[in-house]
Design a protein around this ligand. Structure first.
Ligand code: GDP
Ligand code: IMO
Ligand code: MG
Length: 433
């Protein structure tokens, strides 16, 4: 009964969609456990690119049941849009299940996300504006709407009314926007509810029964370790737990059912939105990486901030997720560089002005924000590596780069991506036995 978790090891957009798709062909279920339509997961099949937000990446694989778990911030309008777009592209979306306990993102959550961001001014987080923070805030505040409520008009209307009584005060008096009409909002939710109803069920029961029967489940995380609400670069984080523990709370499957935890990392680093990023390259080298790697957001189209591989970040991801395997993506993007720096330590400054060198991730965010990277320079390579499927056929410098990453972060590399397609992959160790 393999239970495999896929988790981002950096700040997101590492290629989790591609990694999930590669493994999905060998599992029965792919379950999203956190986040919502803030995610943008790219899957390239037969030269066609699918950009998925809320849908688990397994949806493009007809042999797999795609599950939206209880830990997801579920936006029914977004789902319906995404579903019809995929169907127009020839993807069958009937093999989808949605948890009745997932929290619902409503139009007022999206609105609150956007207005509160602009209200923050210079201190803004750079959210995706998808209502993620406000949805999880309501969940924790115990006033959230769950998917099951969408099928009970009386309960839904009362909850929306109760929520908007307070939120409209905030919207009109603090943020200076128009109020949201509770009846209109409820009617819209009831309409979309009819479309999604056939897919909604007790997904925890489905997944546990499948695992008990000996079937396999791939748990697909949105976002990443450094965006985790507990373990990331708080407050510049998302509002859920992308880290491996989130796979259990976000689906209702116990930790004893998890057999592998696979971290996905780029061969360099990108970040979208605000917050500290020690190896960021703001000059020409950053522009080169962005253009070479086509580093623009799937959801917001924002240019991604780019930097050198940070071994402290991935070593930390190995620790907090208990990673058993690493997938290193976009090795091909680095082709053509004479030297490739890897960050092996930080010089950090204390509040008293003293500095010292660390090789583990600082937890104090003021310390992390002061971190100056210390680099080890690796040799680069110039040969085109896209399409190579055998590790031994990679240029010696590319092999050494991967081996150095393994040494520094303390986890084996099992898959290496050298191009966007399903076929652009080097397999070193099998992930599904
Ligand atoms: P996710 O959010 O982690 O699923 O990642 P995104 O889809 O947001 O961003 C990853 C981008 O890198 C996508 O455009 C992928 O098609 C692309 N990609 C993934 N792996 C590779 C790789 O090995 N090489 C190249 N060149 N592109 C890749
Ligand atoms: P995938 O799954 C990269 C970032 C936003 C912002 C912060 C909070 O594609 O890797 P939110 O809208 O979640 O409240 O924004 O988190 N962020 C992501 N960055 N990839 C993502 O998802 C992200 N999801 C959120 O840019 O800095
Ligand atoms: Mg993405």
């Amino acid at each position: 009964m393999p239970g495999i978790v896929i988790v981002g090891a950096q700040w997101g957009d590492e290629g989790k969609g591609k990694a999930t798709d590669l493994i999905a062909g060998r599992v029965n279920y792919v379950a999203r456990y956190n986040g919502g339509s803030n995610a943008g997961h790219t899957v390239v099949v037969n030269g066609k690119t699918y950009a998925l937000r809320l849908m688990p990446s397994g949806i493009v694989n007809p042999g797999v049941t795609a599950v939206i778990g209880n830990g997801v911030a579920f936006d029914p309008q977004e789902l319906v849009e995404e579903k019809s777009k995929l169907e127009a592209e020839g993807i069958d979306t009937s093999h989808l299940l949605i948890s009745l306990s997932a929290q619902v993102t409503t139009p007022y959550h999206r609105l609150l996300d956007r207005v509160s961001e602009s209200h923050r001014g210079k201190r803004k987080i750079g959210t995706t504006g998808r209502g993620i923070g406000p949805t999880y805030a309501d969940k924790v505040n115990r006033v959230g709407i769950r998917v099951a409520d969408l099928f009970n008009e009386k309960v839904l209307r009362a909850k929306v009314e109760q929520n908007l009584a307070l939120k409209n005060e905030l919207l009109t008096k603090i943020y200076g926007t128009d109020p949201v009409d509770p009846d209109k909002c409820t009617d819209e939710l009831l309409k979309t509810a009819q479309v999604i109803k056939p897919y909604c069920t007790n997904t925890a029961l489905v997944l546990n029964r499948a695992l008990d029967r000996g079937e396999s489940v791939l748990f697909e995380g949105g976002q990443a370790t450094m965006l985790d609400i507990d373990h990331g670069t708080y407050p510049f984080v998302t509002s859920s737990n992308p880290t491996a523990g989130g796979a259990c709370t976000g689906t209702g499957v116990g930790p004893t059912k998890i057999t592998r935890v696979v971290g996905v990392s780029k061969a360099y680093v990108t970040r979208v939105g605000a917050g500290p990023f020690p190896t960021e390259l703001t000059g020409q080298e950053g522009d080169w990486l962005r253009e070479r790697g086509h580093e623009y957001g799937v959801v917001t189209k924002r240019p991604r901030r780019c930097g050198w591989f940070d071994a402290l970040v991935v070593k930390y991801a190995v620790m907090v997720n208990g990673l058993t395997d690493l997938v290193i993506t976009k090795l091909d993007t680095l082709t053509g560089l004479k030297k490739i720096p890897i960050c092996v330590a930080y010089d950090v400054t204390e509040p008293d002005g003293s500095t010292h060198r660390v090789t583990d991730m600082p937890v104090d965010q003021a310390e992390f924000a002061s971190a100056k990277p210390v680099y080890k320079e690796m040799d680069g390579w110039s040969e085109n590596i896209t399409g190579i499927t055998d590790f031994d056929r990679l240029p010696a410098a590319a092999q050494a780069y991967i081996r150095e990453i393994e040494n520094l972060v303390g986890c084996r590399v099992s898959l290496i991506g050298n191009g966007p397609s399903r076929s652009h992959i080097i397999r070193l160790h099998s992930i599904v036995e």
